[in-house]
Design a protein around this ligand. Structure first.
Ligand code: NAG
Ligand code: NAG
Length: 406
């Protein structure tokens, strides 16, 4: 194990030393870069790439599967679904299981116009019209800003583009956290949501058992030196060089598959659970997709405070930012969207006890669904072998019944 880690660390350090943009490193025959759009097309579906600018200048790249070639329904009226990824992830995660089993294709084949979001800071959304990615404030955001600015910008764009008044929303993990931020902080957006499916929602986090959160809580869970040292920066560099290197290795050398697994385990936790292991090479290529360290710190703060509230900058800066010493809690009673909650019993990040605290606040909750498989973990909601039957079909059937379809 130690040997694997040291090899991986050496690779990452080596890669970090080489900034690909500044130092074209041409001796390794890299596979060409695959974007979500390429991936959609390679699966035989129409793929589109769209850009939207947020009110604070971040340029977000969304991807779209407008219709299904199996239905040939380009001319028909199609309901819209917007799907938002979790921490360290990106739009690709909803495509990797392929046309038969990935959520995005399942929705397309059911007659939906499918849009995939990308939060600021991930590999697709790393531009700002007002500052460069090297500006010290580029990385000064957490999931608060993703919920308060990115989701509203993307949703408005999608509705304008499709001429629809409302859409279905599906979020995984942080894609739920950001939805809860939007629904309470920008409550006017609730009327643009038909149904909201929350897969493994980390909102209240007092009972989290996830190793990284628990281990780092003493250092970054409350404002202080640890948090200030780490704040406002790119956490775990995802650059073209590292992902090209890993992807090229993972897919050409069987012996290297072991290292892909190691990488995945570092990212995902102690066991592979129900994971579809065939997709490890693509996972290595697309993850971790980049976050600001503040997103991670903000989650650890949720664990320590056992409350769902804004970023804690410490008393002095909180007074400046919020006019009060403690960060304000989000008012969940403002989330008037039809909310569907799904949780797994082996999920260390969105724990059953914490999820069960939500219903009393939510005025329009429609479903509280416990996944029957006791081994169901945090990433199984997108990457499990049984994800179609256990998750996708269920989310689709509730969306369909809203639309009056079978
Ligand atoms: C864990 O969950 C229980 C039950 O909902 C809750 O009362 C408690 O505050 C949570 N957090 C901690 C740290 O125990
Ligand atoms: C597992 O992943 C592979 C590769 O992406 C995909 O082709 C396959 O359909 C997936 N299987 C399931 C059951 O999701």
């Amino acid at each position: 194990m130690l040997r694997k880690f040291s090899l991986l660390l050496t690779l990452v350090a080596f890669a970090a030393a080489y900034d690909l943009e500044a130092n074209p490193f041409i001796d390794i025959p890299f596979k060409p870069i695959t974007t979500s759009e390429d991936r959609i097309k390679s699966h035989g579906y129409p793929g589109e790439s769209h850009f939207v600018e947020t009110e604070d200048g971040y340029v977000l790249n969304m991807f779209r599967i407008p219709y299904s070639p199996k239905l040939n329904n380009a001319q028909e009226q199609r309901p819209v679904v917007f799907i938002q990824h979790g921490l360290f992830s990106c739009s690709d995660c909803f495509l990797l299981n392929g046309p038969d089993n990935a959520l995005a294709y399942n929705f397309a084949d059911a007659g939906y116009d499918v849009w995939l979001g990308n939060a600021r800071g991930n590999l697709y959304s790393r531009q700002n019209t007002k500052m460069s990615v090297n500006h010290p404030y580029f990385w000064k955001f957490s999931w608060h800003e993703i919920g308060a600015y990115d989701l509203p910008a993307m949703i408005d764009y999608v509705l304008a583009e499709t001429g629809e008044k409302a859409l279905h929303y599906v979020g995984h993990s942080q894609g739920c956290t950001t939805f809860f931020v939007m629904g309470s902080f920008r409550p006017e957006y609730n009327e643009k949501i038909k149904t909201a499916h929350m897969l493994a929602p980390p909102i209240f986090m007092g009972n989290v058992t996830d190793g990284i959160v628990v281990a780092t809580a003493p250092y970054v869970g409350t404002p202080g030196t640890g948090a200030s040292l780490l704040e406002n920066q790119l956490f775990i560099p995802q650059n073209t060089f590292i992902s090209r290197l890993l992807d090229t290795m993972c897919s050409t050398e069987t012996i290297m598959l072991e290292y892909c697994k190691t990488l995945f385990l570092m990212w995902a936790g102690p066991d592979l659970g129900n994971l579809n292991v065939t997709l490890l090479p693509q996972l290595a290529e697309t993850h971790p997709a980049g976050i600001s360290s503040n997103q991670g710190i903000h989650f650890v703060q949720s664990y320590v405070s056992n409350d769902f509230r804004q970023y804690d900058w410490g008393t002095k800066k909180n007074l400046e930012a919020y006019g009060q010493a403690e960060p304000p809690s989000y008012d969940l009673t403002k989330i008037s969207s039809a909310v569907y909650l799904y949780y797994g019993l082996a999920d260390g990040s969105a724990n059953k006890e914490d999820v069960l605290r939500l219903p009393e606040y939510l005025p329009n909750m429609r479903l509280l669904h416990e996944i029957p498989e006791p081994t169901w973990g945090h990433l199984d909601f997108i990457f499990a072998q049984q994800v179609k039957e256990v998750i996708n079909d269920k989310v689709l059937s509730y969306s369909n019944s809203y639309e009056g379809k079978k």
